[in-house]
Design a protein around this ligand. Structure first.
Ligand code: MEV
Length: 442
């Protein structure tokens, strides 16, 4: 039985490790060694990682790979991706090469605003609340000047604050719904700081508003927080070419390929079970770049899936059509990303990733990330409607299986060669490895 502990965060790193090892592990030396194996020998770098979060006991590595040949709006990029899934970078690289030969990707930022809300309870007349809101709005904006000054100098800040009556959804529930432009910052801290100040001023000044009754003066702030739903921070990525240029080497004609591809997208548009997996494939590309560039992939995931349900039913984020023999495949996706602040100028690998991308601003990064998502979806659908997904997946997964069975370099080389022409199922790989070892031992 594990035991609870109080004051854990105040223990030293060594004490925390001792506690966890003593509490949970039979072989304490092995557990300690595994944790220590991942420490960085550069103490300053390790301390930086220790201080990102509370109670750090080690680092968790993810592979950091690159996908070259992404032509986006005429500019060539090598895209950094942090991801554990074996086939993702290979798929991205295949898609980038495919479209490099067909004019590349086009990407456009449609909008860049973000939302934050003060949620509150008010018991009284809505007209009086409206009068109070109109009276207080300039003061709300004024009260956050110390927070917004720098952002305003750069051209961002508060775009608007609206009062929303939500009482049809929940008794006595209203909102201050604020719209922000945070430029190259993701803006979470900026937005939340503004919202908390709005809330304080809004509540405090209500006490002095003469048109309010005593009950009306007692505005109850429930919470102040940004929204990760950002349908107005939207980017579009697309590819197009003549249908005849979709020359496939996978045994089907370009026309059949285009028709099947569009049907596959149409299925994801109407069928939520498929749409979730379809969009998961898009997020394979999106999240990997978001993570490599130090952005918050949970926020991006939440916002993207909400957007995929914007019409009341979960649907595909990508779309495809043929018009006048031109095949077009595109996606609109909300992406609240930052290229300054947060981890971006703190984490050495994030800094490197951004430099590799040519130090993009937030708009350019939105375009790159959207393209990575579209490319990933293209690669997945291309496999699904031709060879099936497992052929490529198992080829990429082969090394994981071989590593699991501690294959040496010679065994890996032989079996990688063998599975170029044989189906690489888990059992087949294990059997082939056993057979090879038997032959080598005889
Ligand atoms: C696997 O990570 C992603 C796919 O399932 C996406 C899809 O089905 O479109 C291959």
């Amino acid at each position: 039985m594990s035991k609870s502990i109080s004051g854990f965060s105040k223990l030293s790193k060594a004490q925390k490790i001792n506690w966890v090892v003593e509490t949970y592990f039979t072989n304490k030396d092995i557990a300690k060694n595994v944790l220590k194996q991942y420490w960085n020998s550069d103490e300053k770098l390790q301390q930086l990682h220790d201080e990102f979060i509370e109670n750090t006991i080690t680092n968790y590595y993810l592979p950091f790979g690159i996908a070259p040949n992404f032509l986006i709006n005429g500019k060539l990029y090598t895209i950094p991706m942090a991801i554990e899934e074996s086939s993702v970078i290979a798929a991205a690289s295949k898609a980038s090469k495919f479209w490099l030969d067909r004019g590349g990707f086009k990407a456009t930022v449609i909008s860049t605003t973000k939302v934050g809300q003060v949620h509150f309870i008010y018991q009284g007349d809505f007209e009086t609340l409206k009068a109070y809101f109109n009276f207080i709005k300039p003061r709300l904006i004024n009260a956050v000047k110390p927070i917004t000054k720098n952002m305003e100098q750069r051209g961002g800040g508060i775009i608007d604050i609206e009062l929303k009556d939500k009482t049809n959804d929940l008794k006595e529930y209203y909102q201050l719904h604020a719209i922000f432009e945070t430029l190259d910052a993701m803006g979470a801290n900026f937005i939340n700081s503004c919202l908390e100040q709005f809330a304080e001023t809004f509540k405090h000044e209500a006490l002095k508003f003469e048109q309010f009754t005593n009950v009306e003066k007692d505005i109850k702030i429930i919470m102040s927080i940004l929204s990760n739903y950002v349908p107005d921070c939207l980017v579009k990525a697309e590819v197009s070419c003549k249908v005849e240029d979709l020359n496939e080497d996978k045994g089907i004609s370009p026309e059949e390929f285009a028709a099947k591809f569009i049907q596959a997208v149409n299925i994801a548009e109407v069928e939520p079970y498929r749409a979730v997996t379809h969009n998961k494939g898009i997020m394979n590309g999106v999240d990997a770049v978001v993570l490599a560039t130090g952005n918050d992939f949970r926020a991006i995931e939440a916002g993207a899936h909400a957007y995929a349900s914007q019409n009341g039913k979960y649907s595909s984020l990508t779309h495809a059509k043929i018009d006048n023999d031109i095949f077009t495949f595109w996606m609109e996706i909300p992406l609240a990303l930052g290229t300054v602040g947060g981890l971006t100028n703190l984490h050495p690998l994030v800094k490197l990733a951004l430099e590799m991308l040519g130090s993009p601003n937030a708009k350019e990064l939105m375009q790159i990330v959207a393209v990575a998502g579209l490319a990933q979806n293209f690669a997945a659908l291309r496999s699904l409607i031709t060879t099936g997904i497992q052929q490529g997946h198992m080829k990429m997964h082969l090394l994981n299986i071989l590593n699991q069975f501690e294959a040496n370099d010679n065994e890996k080389t032989t079996l990688i060669e063998h599975f170029k022409t044989n189906a690489a199922t888990h059992n087949a790989v294990v059997e082939a490895l056993e057979k090879l070892r038997l032959t080598n031992n005889n």
